[in-house]
Structures are given as C-alpha cells and as structure tokens.
Design a protein around this ligand. Sequence first.
Ligand code: UFG
Length: 329
Amino acid sequence: MAILVLGGAGYIGSHAVYELIEAGRDVVVADNLLTGFREAVHPKARFYNIDIRNRSEVDALFEKEQIEGVIHFAACSQVGESMTHPLKYYDNNLSGTTVLLQSMVAHGVDKIVFSSTAATYGEPEQVPIRESDKTEPTNCYGETKLAMEKMMKWTGRAHELRYVALRYFNACGAHSSGAIGEAHDPETHLIPLILQVPNGQRAKISIFGDDYPTKDGTCVRDYIHVMDLAQAHVLALDYLMRGGESDVFNLGNGVGFTVKEVIDVARKVTGHEIPAEICPRRAGDPAQLVASSEKAKTVLGWKPQYADLETIVASAWNWHKSHPHGFEK
Ligand code: UFG
C-alpha cells in the first residue's frame, strides 16, 4: 500500500515526500506542476502529472494505485494573490478538495493529512495561539483553508473518513541534503526575498509596514523549519493509522520574530549588509502570529529539531546560494 502525496512537487510537499521515503514508505506523488517542480520529486516516488480538479484523473489514480492514506498539499498559498484573485483560491483550494474528497469516498480511502495555516486565525486575541482560539481569517487564502477544514469535518461525519489538519506558521529553510529547497515564482516570502540581496538578485529588501503594535513596529511571525513540518506529516499519518480521531494541530516554534529581527539574523548569517527600506503595509497581514504547538508535541509526539532562527536562515542560505534560480524548469 502507498501514500498519495498531492502537491508533492511543491516546497513543503517535496520535503514531506523525502521524509516519508526515509521512513520506508511507498510514495505516489500527484502534482499539476503549475507551481511545483518535477526536479523536486524524490526519484523513488511514482509521479503523476494530474490536476486534482479533474475527477476522472483522480479516479484513475486511485484505481491504478493501492492508496492507504493521502497527504494533501495541492493548493494556492499566497496571501497577497488571494486578496487580488479570490476566485482562483476558491477554485483551486475548494473545488480541488471537493473533487479529491469525492474520489476518496468513492474509493474507500479514509485517511487524510492536509496543509492548513496560521492564516485561519486572522488577527489573534492572544499569543501564543491555541487551536481552540477563534478563527476569523483576514485574507482569502486563510478563508479557503478554514473552509477546507470544515469540508473535511462534515465529510468525516457523513462518511468513513478521518483527517488531520496541520496549521503551519511560517515555513522556511531547506532539506539538509541540499537536494531540495524553497523555489517560488514569483517569490513572495520574507526569508528567500531577503537572501536575494546577498545573492546579487535584489538591491534591497522592503519592510511592509513599521507601524504595527509590535516591539519594533514590524510584523511578528513564528518561523518553522520545513523539515520539522515534514516530520509532523509522517507523525500525523501514523496517528491516523493507529486509529486517532480527526483533529487540528498548530505547527510552530512558539517564538515570534519581527521582520527587522529576521533581516538582522540574515545579515549575521550571510555577512552582507542587506539594505532595507520601509514600505506601506501589505493587505491582509496580521500584526502577530505565534503558535502554541503543545498539542502536536503531546498528541503526535512532534519534536522540532531546528528551532533556532540562525540555523533556519543558514539552512535557507545554503540552498539559495547554490540554487540562485531554484529548480530549472
Ligand atoms: N514581508 C516584508 N517584506 C517582504 C516580504 C514579506 O516585510 O518583502 C513581511 C510580511 O509583511 C510579513 C512577514 O514579512 O509580515 C512574513 O511574510 P511572508 O510572506 O514570508 O509570510 P506570511 O506571514 O505572509 O505568510 C506565510 C505563508 C502563508 C501562511 C502564513 C501564516 O506564506 O501561507 O505564513 O502565518 F498563511
């Protein structure tokens, strides 16, 4: 029996595939390669170039492969783009998940782990954020991910299906082997954009707003290494295999860093001055997102290995300086 990883050619998905293969699993990857890269797919995984919105393609895959569990990463994930193109997010994230769940139910596949996000919370009332806190997304991306969680919940009540939703905070870093890492086109995330400056691809980094109610006025985020996220997917799947109930878990380090602090750490890691410029706020950004991940640690046995921000930025820098243009298409 195999594990199906949808979106396994993307940033977090490709790292999870490496982790699954290391854990001895048989892995099938499905990805439409719109934002993912064929080169990011582990050579031992069987690859299908399909789109999850296409029911007949998804059905054909379930008929060909013996799938015992699904890990679902196949979604659009840019906060800014979700504010300007909301219907793209409803189409890809919600229509895609509807088709996937229909096909899973039809083929008796009853376990799914999927990418949710800290963006489901919106502006938190308190930090660290717990899974039971209120969810009022401030952007369309978070809204579609919250709707995906609810779609799983109601599907699980009506059919034999259990799920784990993993609410990631800010994913960053790269695989320790140097084989895979973060590559988005266009890039919108803070750490890779900062590293474009010492890589000679950008003159300076823009700081989106310095008038937030935080210690230095810039946004606070909880940065979590992609390999720690990957480990959590394997644990979540094991949890469902042991008969665990459907549940939602935060994944973060529980420590917040401001945008200015991240830039300072990157200056230290790269030895480059990295000029920065204050710009207007970006639409949809909450001031502070910091996780309480106690539940994932207690219930799943999750143990993040790369909690230190300098280690995380050094891991990202190791990837970006050796792959300044990411994967070649
Ligand atoms: N930022 C800048 N300058 C930049 C890019 C980003 O100041 O050039 C700031 C952003 O405004 C934000 C912080 O850096 O305050 C982090 O921004 P990212 O785009 O790296 O990450 P986000 O926090 O917006 O979003 C990420 C994921 C989402 C997820 C969210 C949950 O991309 O998928 O974390 O916290 F929903």
